[in-house]
Design a protein around this ligand. Structure first.
Ligand code: FAD
Length: 168
């Protein structure tokens, strides 16, 4: 696009490169949001599992309830480490495409799984609007699709990190 010379940001011809750098920041930001969602789901689920009693015992005493929550905790904390690594590289002005993509992928998968565990823990109450769980469950599902889908992140890793042929 033709613009006055004093409106040029950065160097001419490098616009796409600048956009890509901005996308890394966006991926780190979305990863952080997903980790926040996962922590919210995990806190809600574990509190409820301790207080809700069925058959004279808290449902959280059953491994069928506690293991998915514990697994989500482990996976979301691992995703948080990758997000922090990506953020540290970005702040240092280093390349961080692989780490930003992996952070977004891992965090989106972890928050979706934590949401599912939370839905299951709350049973039928998960579908009551007043608990906010079904709303957040829908919201966090978005990040397996946008702003870049899980498949295309895996495609990026396969091609740019592992050197396999481009799949599209
Ligand atoms: C609420 C919302 C907010 C959004 N915000 C942003 C944003 O801020 N920035 C931004 O850039 N985009 C944003 N998007 C767009 C988002 O990036 C796209 O929706 C997403 O990339 C999927 O593209 P598509 O909708 O065209 O689906 P399609 O391209 O039709 O893909 C449909 C499905 O097929 C899969 N697929 C397609 N091609 C391949 C392939 N070669 N290999 C394997 N699987 C494939 C996709 O992963 C997806 O699961 C947003 C979308 C929504 C719904």
């Amino acid at each position: 696009m033709r613009i006055p010379a004093d409106s040029l940001i950065g160097e001419e011809g490098r616009g796409f490169r600048y956009i890509l750098d901005g996308m890394n920041a966006e991926r780190i930001l979305i990863a952080s949001e997903c980790i926040g969602d996962a922590r919210w789901f995990i806190a809600k689920a574990s509190e409820y599992a301790k207080e809700r009693r069925v058959f004279d015992r808290p449902i959280g005493q059953n491994q069928g309830i506690q293991f998915p929550i514990a697994q989500s905790y482990a996976e979301s904390e691992a995703a948080a480490l990758m997000m922090q690594k990506a953020a540290a590289l970005f702040d240092a002005g280093e390349p961080c495409g692989a780490e930003a993509n992996m952070a977004k992928y891992l965090a989106a998968e972890a928050s979706w799984k934590a949401g599912d565990a939370c839905m299951q823990t709350f049973g039928g109450f998960a579908f009551a609007e007043e608990y906010d769980i079904e709303r957040k469950f829908r919201e966090t599902r978005l990040y397996r699709t946008a702003p870049i889908s899980a498949n295309l992140i895996l495609s990026y890793i396969a091609e740019h990190v592992l050197g396999m042929p481009r799949s599209f």
